[in-house]
Design a protein around this ligand. Structure first.
Ligand SMILES: Nc1ncnc2c1ncn2[C@@H]1O[C@H](COP(=O)(O)OP(=O)(O)OP(=O)(O)O)[C@@H](O)[C@H]1O
Ligand SMILES: [Mg+2]
Length: 844
């Protein structure tokens, strides 16, 4: 509220003039001298006053009401004391009875009293003109106010920019101060106060204060705005744009695909049953995704990542079937024979069901291709009611394949372990690590070390995949490994495994497997039934003998499938009658027999003996040849023989030489001849000691000129003194000898304990000669006995007699120093060309 200056304070007005004239009371408006304003007048008294003034041709008094809402003014106290004397420039009568006038302020006035109040107000007023003070203070004040006006305008005051120029040109200090009243920032009260401030210097100070305050407000406002704006620039701008985009899409009836996706991902995360920390992680990623524009490639990266997180079976677990009898039934349903192995598996399952927490070793099936390693794994899963996944380690060189690539790589994915777990869809599958012996190692890191972590129960409850970045619990997974050979498996891995050997099947077993499993399976696969096809027993035997040569049954299955295909075709072509596949039909369907039954020499040979070896694809027979030539060289060894094999050849030769007289070999033979020993399949490296007795036999035969029986195969290491030491892989070797048609197998007596693994039917058809010394070998193998050879009788095992309950404990040849129980490998090729995929590395 402006203060009303009391009469006693007033400076005596210079050029004071008292007038009596019509008066208009103003509402919410204060008019200043020199101000030209349109005036809308509606009240009857005011209209009358205007008209009277126009009629008188004189000025009019304009005084502001104290209460804007008051309709009728009757007392001077209801008006402010100071008003404005104004000239009427124009009056327009409007149709609604109101009047629009344009008035121009001339000077201030002071209202003394009303001379009349009807029909309009007339007042006795005193005109108050500005004095024009001079001096430095006024000058300084004027400049200050002018500068302030400029700044006020510059800071964005709500006045036209010309105001600053106008202010500069005003020379009268009173007018300059009055000019500020144009500012809309000024309230009616402030304007009235300004009007009432008659003293020019005071008036300048008043507006200067007012301006300073306004400038400050504007600056503050500017600062706040710019802060808000910069904040807006970063996030709000995008937000606003996106909101607008959404609005547009809504208008167009399209949903925001990214938002929909984000919502969907959030739902998925909620339902995935993840551990809390992983859920938090996933939500964080989704939040990040919602903040980046949908066109950014990062969105796809995050989406894939979150999809992986939600896709994993964090809490999906299958219930184990704990019934061991049922499990036994399932194992029998899927596999023929393999009794010992099935028993072992059942024991293993029994232990697991009794003590879930127990840290059982990883089962590893080792054996040649097609013996059922992989399918046994599947069977275990079926017996336990678990999911089955298989991961081949063949040719994996890179650790990242197992453990995944970091997300910073383009196109990064989790490693194969996590991928397989996702495929399994449960966190406790039977997980088969196929071909652990084929795992590689090079500059890209050692994948087997990653595998170690997977298999180690101390670590695998929080397996770290590089891509996933969060741990996954693998401790409930049942790992099973397979391998063709034991040796190439890295030792630390082998340590964690319980090895179960599957050496291969006998002919009879293969026939049974064929009849009971492979034929029914392939029949089903080819849409045939017992009504449309029958394979005779003879044909089945022929299939095994003459169309396949393998330790397992994979090729057999393939050949059976071939036969089925041919028959299926005739059925498709309309044949109604049953096709009986006998040997004749077999030849028709599959072409002539591929393998001679038996690979042994057709005749007794001098200088050649048949050895037994184990290759990656099972046991095999190999003929070792020796010839003597005239000449005085040392002897020649060919066929890519390794150091151990060369040494055992030398040992054989030395033994022969030392026993030349008993063997009936003239001394001169050694002096005048060169021996050449060759182990066929010269292109393939071979090594190991188990061909020792075979080489010695071939040497004796060549030098003494005595033929070796054609149906004998042998295996055993030889010492310099003619002792025969045990070898490994006996079952595979005897299966191979049987397959090749051998009637007799000579083997080390120390291997007698291994005979329990040999099926009875084979023992029935093969005579097993258990020997301790080279003499016994020669006695059994050679067509006739050298003159002076004395051999203790060898132990002979035949199928009609049961095996000794406990093999002999006493070691007649003490092996205290070497070689260890497991023999170093012999590398020999099979007699048939290997499949391209097979690596021919063998051991015994
Ligand atoms: N004892 C058996 N009874 C029934 N079927 C068998 C038996 N052994 C193997 N098979 C069948 O032989 C085929 C080949 O077996 P599988 O694939 O398990 O061989 P594998 O030992 O894993 O060979 P690889 O080392 O080449 O992987 C499968 O169809 C399997 O069902
Ligand atoms: Mg397999």
């Amino acid at each position: 509220m402006p203060k009303r200056p009391s009469p006693s304070d007033e400076a005596p007005p210079t050029r004071a003039k008292t007038l009596e004239l019509p008066l208009v009371a103003l509402r919410e408006t204060v008019i200043f001298p020199e101000m030209i304003v349109p005036l809308q007048v509606g009240r009857e008294k005011s209209v009358n006053a205007l008209n009277a003034a126009v009629a008188e041709g004189g000025p009019i008094a304009l005084v502001t009401q104290r209460q804007a809402e008051q309709e009728d003014i009757g007392e001077t106290s209801e008006l402010y004391e100071v008003g404005t004397l104004a000239k009427i420039a124009q009056v327009v009568q409007l149709q609604d009875g109101t009047v629009r006038a344009i008035v121009q302020g001339q000077s201030r006035l002071r209202l003394h009293r009303f001379s009349s109040t009807e029909p309009y107000l007339r007042g006795v007023v005193e005109e108050v003109s500005d004095d024009t003070p001079a001096g430095l203070e006024v000058q300084a004040l004027m400049r200050t106010v002018q500068a302030q006006i400029e700044q006020y305008v510059a800071n964005g005051a709500p006045v036209p920019p010309e105001a600053a120029v106008a202010a500069r040109n005003i020379t009268e200090p009173g007018l300059l101060a009055d000019m500020v009243a144009y500012s809309p920032d000024m309230t009616t009260e402030q304007r009235q106060e300004l009007l009432e401030t008659i003293d020019v210097i005071e008036r300048l100070k008043l507006v200067s204060n007012f301006l300073a305050r306004q400038i400050e407000i504007l600056e503050l406002k500017g600062r706040i705005q710019s802060e808000v704006k910069s904040e807006m620039d970063k996030t709000q701008r995008e937000y606003i744009l996106r909101e607008q985009l959404k609005a547009i899409q809504r208008e167009l009836g399209e949903d925001d695909p990214q938002q929909a996706e984000i919502n969907e991902l959030r739902d998925k995360v909620e339902q995935a049953g993840m551990p809390e920390e992983i859920k938090t992680r996933a939500i964080k990623e989704i939040d990040r995704m919602s903040r980046i524009p949908s066109a950014s490639p990062e969105v796809g990266v995050i989406r894939t990542y979150v999809d992986w997180l939600v896709g994993l079976p964090w809490d999906v677990k299958t219930e184990d079937l704990l019934d061991i009898k049922e499990a036994a039934k399932i194992l029998d349903e899927d596999h023929y024979g393999l009794e010992k192995i099935k028993e072992r598996i059942l024991e293993y399952l029994a232990v697991r069901t009794l003590a879930d927490e127990i840290r059982s070793p990883i089962l590893a099936f080792v054996g040649p291709p097609g013996v059922g390693k992989t399918s046994l794994g599947k069977s275990i899963a079926r017996a336990m009611g678990r999911k089955f996944v298989r991961m081949s380690l063949g040719g994996i060189h890179d650790e990242a394949e197992i453990r995944g690539h970091r997300r910073t790589y383009i196109g990064a994915l989790p490693g194969r372990i996590i991928q397989s777990i996702k495929t399994a869809g449960s966190n406790n599958p039977v997980f088969m690590l196929d071909e652990v012996d084929k795992i590689g190692m090079d500059f890209r890191g050692d994948p087997s070390s990653a595998l170690l972590e997977v298999l180690d129960p101390e670590q695998n409850f929080s397996f770290q995949d590089n891509y996933l970045e969060v741990p996954f619990d693998l401790s409930k997974v049942l790992f099973v490994a397979t391998a063709n050979l034991l040796d190439p498996i890295p030792a630390p891995l082998r340590d964690r495994m319980e090895i179960i050997h599957l050496p291969g099947y006998t002919e009879q077993e293969k026939i049974e497997i064929g009849k009971r499993f492979l034929i029914p399976k392939q029949m089903k696969n080819h849409g045939l039934s017992a009504k449309t096809i029958e394979i005779t027993d003879e044909a089945m035997t022929e299939l095994v003998r003459s169309y396949t040569k393998e330790a397992g049954v994979r090729n057999l299955e393939r050949e059976i499938a071939n036969v089925m295909r041919k028959v299926a075709r005739t059925v498709a072509e309309g044949r109604k009658r049953k096709t009986v596949v006998d040997v004749k039909r077999l030849v028709e369907y599959l072409g002539p027999q591929r393998y001679e039954y038996g690979e042994l020499e057709a005749e007794d040979q001098t200088g050649s003996a048949t050895g037994l070896v184990v290759t990656e694809v099972g046991g095999d027979v190999v003929a070792i040849e020796v010839t003597k030539m005239e000449g005085k060289e040392d002897f020649i060894l060919t066929g890519q023989l390794g150091e151990v094999m060369r040494e055992s050849a030398r040992a054989g030769l030395s033994w022969t030489r030392a026993h030349a007289s008993e063997l009936g070999i003239p001394r001169s033979t050694f002096e005048n001849n060169t021996l050449h020993i060759h182990v066929p399949a010269g292109g393939i490296p071979k090594d190991g000691p188990s061909a020792g007795i075979t080489m010695a036999t071939a040497i004796v035969s060549a030098l003494a000129g005595i033929p070796v029986r054609k149906d004998v195969a042998m295996t055993g290491e030889i010492t310099l003194r003619g002792r025969v030491l045990p070898i490994g892989g006996l079952k595979s070797k005897i299966l191979a000898a049987h397959l090749a048609g051998a009637k007799m197998v000579i083997l080390p007596r120390k291997n007698e304990k291994d005979l329990r693994d040999i099926p009875d039917e084979i023992r029935k058809s093969i005579k097993l000669v258990l020997v301790d010394s080279m003499d016994q070998v020669l006695e059994a193998a050679l067509r006739r006995k050298p003159k002076a050879l004395v051999a203790e009788p060898a132990k002979i095992v035949t199928g009609d007699k049961p095996l000794d309950p406990e093999p002999e404990k006493e070691d007649r040849v003490r092996r205290t120093t070497f070689p260890p129980a497991e023999q170093p490998p012999v590398v020999v090729q099979r007699n048939v060309a290997p499949r391209a995929s097979e690596r021919v590395v063998a051991r015994d």
